[in-house]
Design a binder for this molecule. Structure first.
Ligand SMILES: [Zn+2]
Length: 277
């Protein structure tokens, strides 16, 4: 388990496990000759993909950023991606029960980011974190509900609609503070309304940048995923992120990196974003 103090806050990286995506889809238009040097593929061209959640303890609140794939994936998708379902065990090893979480933030509603929002109980879906308020952008929820051909498979209403129905989930309209020291910031590209989570305490800043920069292998501006709905906006949003994160020394938290949940960024000798060592 990775833990770190950020100002007066405590950060804990907790994983829902590793799943698998097609390497070509994960690296978009980047040729395999280039990406396989950073992320080797298996015999089926799949690469291992992490499912990193982060718990932030502020002293006043225990905030869970992202909830992985969960345990409700249909058989058809389990056969393709796998379903590690480790998040609750990880939280428990960190001494946290679902009752301890009082805020859940979803960066967007693709099934690999909000799967543990709910669990099945009989023929109902109920909150996994019964005492939590859940937050996502209204535009993201509206987009998922439209079930467009391009990405309908990524949206499973059981992950969020029961929480809207019972009043636990709140839909946001743009950048906003959620609790003191934790706010959300919209970065379009992967989806139009994906939100990053910015954590600030005692002059220190961390940012869970989610699928805008899913792993440390995706730092280059043009190394976007094929899943991105607005690839040109991904590039612009990355520029906007780096223009603050690098000079202001933000800790960047990576949603899908299988081994590096967070890192500080710098520019390499060619001026490209790189991990600070
Ligand atoms: Zn996504």
């Amino acid at each position: 388990m990775h833990t770190l103090n950020l100002g007066d806050f405590e950060l804990m990286a907790v994983s829902d496990g590793i799943y698998h995506l097609d390497g070509g889809a994960f690296f978009g238009v980047v040729p395999k000759l280039l990406w396989q040097k950073k992320t080797p593929a298996d015999a089926n061209n799949r690469v291992p993909v992490g499912l990193n959640s982060v718990v932030v303890r502020t002293g006043a609140h225990t905030v869970l950023i992202e909830t992985g794939i969960g345990n409700k994936l249909p058989e058809k998708l389990i056969a393709i991606y796998g379903q590690p379902a480790q998040l609750l065990d990880g939280l428990s090893s960190a001494g946290l029960s679902p009752d301890d979480i009082d805020v859940v933030i979803n960066t967007h509603l693709h099934f690999d980011h909000c799967g543990w929002n709910t669990i099945r109980r009989g023929d109902q879906h109920v909150a996994t974190f019964p005492k939590a308020r859940y937050y996502v952008q209204a535009g993201e929820w509206r987009h998922g509900r439209r079930q467009l051909e391009r990405d309908a498979v990524s949206y499973m209403s059981a992950n969020y609609d029961p929480l809207l129905a019972n009043g636990q989930m709140q839909l946001l309209h743009g950048d906003q503070e959620i609790v003191p020291g934790i706010s959300v910031k919209v970065f379009a590209g992967h989806t139009r309304h994906m939100q990053a989570v910015v954590v600030q305490s005692a002059q220190k800043t961390a940012c869970y940048i989610s699928d805008l920069i899913p792993t440390t292998a995706h730092l280059e501006l043009t190394w976007g995923m094929a899943f991105d709905l607005f690839p040109l906006e991904t590039i612009e949003s990355r520029k906007r992120f780096y223009s603050r994160a690098i000079p202001e020394k933000w800790l960047t938290m990576f949603t899908h990196d299988p081994s590096v949940p967070w890192a500080y960024l710098t520019k390499d000798e060619r001026g490209k974003p790189a991990i600070a060592r």
